[in-house]
Ligand binder design. Structure first.
Ligand code: NAP
Length: 274
């Protein structure tokens, strides 16, 4: 090796060493943080829970009915640096949310990070939408946000840099044909997040919203092919999001790097206008 190649070798080694170390350090910033993810048995919630586990977090995997899937997520996390527990509970029911919190507190103590991810759709044109269709989506997508935030609120405020992260949608920004109920709940999260951000700011804790575009999960799978094609035409990056496109942003919001960011809506939508 000539002196000049040795210098290049050492420089590359140094840079790669530093960047690999800092990448690992950043990821491990969630070590020993207790993170509760609602609706973590499938889709985006599952991805978030597993990402938190990779960061060394204590992860609570909430689900409503997909018990086997939730246990699978727990096992995946426990094979890595994180520690997971499963906590069943319909976010729309306060008594079940309280049980979910009790499992969390019993296992890990206080909650540092809450991700309000659980959500449903009941799609119909407004002319055909019943009050029942409306109420069901409100109960889960907004009632669930109230219930889960309520039981974790004091913990998040008292935590060192507590985090509330709400999963909204580009549909809350744009509206969407057949989704008057769903779009209303997702817009509602903007006002909620902004207000909680103001109310928690003195405690050094933050509240932010992530508004994904259209993500390849079971939820998107229910959309007819013809409609999917129409949506795709409106996405400048010309593809639907993968779950991983969303989870990195959520992990960033959970970490220290985002300390000075609060009350914001982060659009992760392939460049869609709103
Ligand atoms: P998904 O694949 O349908 O998964 C939904 C998850 O939420 C499941 O784990 C489900 O658990 C859980 N869940 C549903 N109702 C619940 C309840 N009442 N209590 C507790 N858990 C409940 O949905 P996703 O696509 O991952 O969506 C996750 C979030 O991202 C939602 O808030 C959605 O609005 C939002 N989002 C999705 C997209 C998209 O294109 N996929 C785009 C923007 C925003 P069980 O199976 O156990 O019921």
């Amino acid at each position: 090796m000539t002196p000049s190649t040795a210098i290049i070798y050492l420089r590359n080694y140094f840079y790669e060493g530093v960047s690999a170390t800092s990448k690992r350090d950043i990821q491990m910033q969630l070590e020993d943080r207790t993170c509760l993810v609602t609706g973590a048995s499938r889709g985006i919630g599952r991805g978030i829970a597993e990402r938190f586990g990779e960061g060394g977090a204590n992860v609570v995997v909430n689900y409503r009915s997909s018990e086997d899937e939730a246990h699978e997520v727990k096992e995946v996390i426990n094979e890595g640096p994180g520690t997971a527990v499963v906590a069943q509970g319909d976010v729309a029911k306060m008594d079940e949310v309280q049980s979910m919190y009790d499992v969390t507190a019993g296992e890990f103590g206080q909650v540092d990070v809450l991700v309000n991810n659980a959500g449903i759709t009941v799609d119909k044109k407004f002319s055909e939408m019943t009050r029942e269709d409306w109420d069901r989506v409100m109960e889960v997508n907004l009632g669930g946000i109230f219930n889960c935030t309520k039981v974790c609120y004091d913990d998040i405020r008292e935590a060192h840099e507590g985090r509330l992260i709400n999963i909204s949608s580009v549909v809350g920004q744009q509206g969407n044909y057949g989704q008057a109920n769903y779009a209303t709940t997702k817009s509602g999260l903007f006002g909620f997040t902004r207000t909680i951000a103001l109310e928690m700011a003195r405690d050094g804790s933050t509240a932010n919203c992530v508004a994904p575009g259209f993500v390849e999960t079971d939820m998107l799978a229910t959309v007819p092919e013809r409609v999917r094609e129409g949506i795709l035409e409106r996405i400048p990056l010309d593809r639907f999001a993968e779950v991983e496109d969303i989870t990195g942003i959520v992990a960033f919001l959970a970490r220290e790097e985002s300390s000075y960011m609060t009350g914001q809506v982060l659009g992760v939508n392939g460049g869609m206008e709103w």
